[in-house]
Design a protein around this ligand. Structure first.
Ligand SMILES: [Zn+2]
Length: 351
């Protein structure tokens, strides 16, 4: 499953490098003042709080405090994170003191190595073991990198050769160049875990800024951190809550729904997700909880009826959620998520 998780990241990163906002969404876009860096676009959500998009991997957040800076998530390659740090200098010359990893997935953490020991890299305690090579599931990322990327690139090369439309050809060539750059940049990758961890809650008071790092329970992964700014009423959710469907390959399904209940209890007006676009309407969280519940119920029925996981991924009917998540265009769901669901149902004694 893990090599395909890597593929997801590549696909995500390529999409992000071409058109971060082109994915279908039911969310009404929020508009903020924009600063365009060389690589990243920064949207000023509040004084000193910026939503950053356009690099390889996750969307990030920059929080400029009175005397220092916090970055939320890094990206898919060390090179990408260096470009991020360069672009942040357009916003402020204050030093980066904190980096928060919202969870262990490589598209949020594989730039960690560019920071020196003077920078606190903070994550929930689960990340310390999840990111160490050879422990849990980090190793396959590294061994599969070349093969997965190469397959993607071969595929893109074929598409470029077959494409007649000049504009589409140019867009595909841009994706190919991005994949080649990523392949080169991954050669120096050293998975780097946080150097500071917490269990349930860590409050950082930096000058007049209060930043709460909260573990609200299992969900997208075991160690998801929510970054909450109580005064500004902003919450950065990583992939625990995106504006679109999130990857489910490491999900703890039932607890995810409960964790989102706890998220909704926070007082906020803006959600800055790890992928997708900012949104303000808590109804999208309700809709995502309904989706997850439906995945559990329908997945359980399919498993009990003896349907193979491959067939379940093709036939599960989640189309009633397409109004909230327009990337659902027909029956079926991501196979990696369905594999995880079947395994989880077995762990729980269901199906
Ligand atoms: Zn993730």
């Amino acid at each position: 499953m893990k090599p395909s998780l890597f593929a997801l990241g590549i696909a995500t990163a390529l999409m992000a490098s071409v058109a971060a906002y082109a994915q279908p969404s039911s969310v009404k876009p929020m508009t903020f003042p924009v600063t365009q860096g060389k690589t990243y676009k920064f949207e000023k959500v509040a004084e000193g709080v910026y939503y950053a998009t356009g690099g390889f991997g996750s969307n990030n957040v920059v929080i400029v405090n009175d005397n220092d800076v916090m970055l939320v998530d890094t990206g898919t390659t060390p090179g990408n994170t260096r470009r991020f740090v360069e672009d942040v200098k357009m916003l402020t010359n204050k030093p980066i003191k904190y980096v928060v990893n919202t969870h262990f997935h490589f598209d949020h953490t594989d730039g960690n190595q560019v920071f020196g020991p003077d920078v606190q890299i903070i994550g929930q305690e689960y990340l310390a073991k999840a990111i160490n090579p050879g422990i849990l599931n980090r190793e396959p990322y590294q061994t599969s990198t070349g093969a997965v990327l190469q397959t993607q690139m071969d595929d893109l090369k074929k598409q470029v050769a077959d494409e007649k439309d000049a504009a589409k050809k140019a867009a595909l060539n841009k994706q190919l160049a991005g994949a080649q750059q990523m392949q080169a940049e991954l050669k120096e990758l050293k998975p780097t875990p946080p150097n500071k961890t917490y269990k349930d809650k860590l409050v950082i008071q930096s000058g007049s800024r209060e930043i709460d790092l909260l573990w609200l329970g299992h969900g997208h992964t075991e160690g998801d951190t929510v970054v909450y700014l109580p005064k500004e009423k902003i919450v950065a959710t990583g992939d625990l809550m995106e504006s679109r469907l999130a990857y489910m390959g490491d999900a703890i399904f039932d607890e995810w729904i409960d964790t989102l209940d706890r998220l909704k209890k926070l007082d906020f007006n803006v959600v800055l997700p790890g992928h997708g676009i900012p949104f303000g309407d808590k109804k999208l969280i309700d809709a995502y909880q309904d989706y997850l519940q439906d995945v559990i119920v329908k997945g359980n029925e399919l498993k009990r009826s003896g349907t193979s996981v491959e067939d379940a991924a093709k036939t599960i009917d989640l189309t009633s959620h397409a109004k909230d998540f327009p990337q659902i265009t027909g029956k079926g769901a991501d196979l990696r998520g369905m594999r995880r669901l079947y395994a989880w149902l077995t762990e729980r004694g269901g199906g």
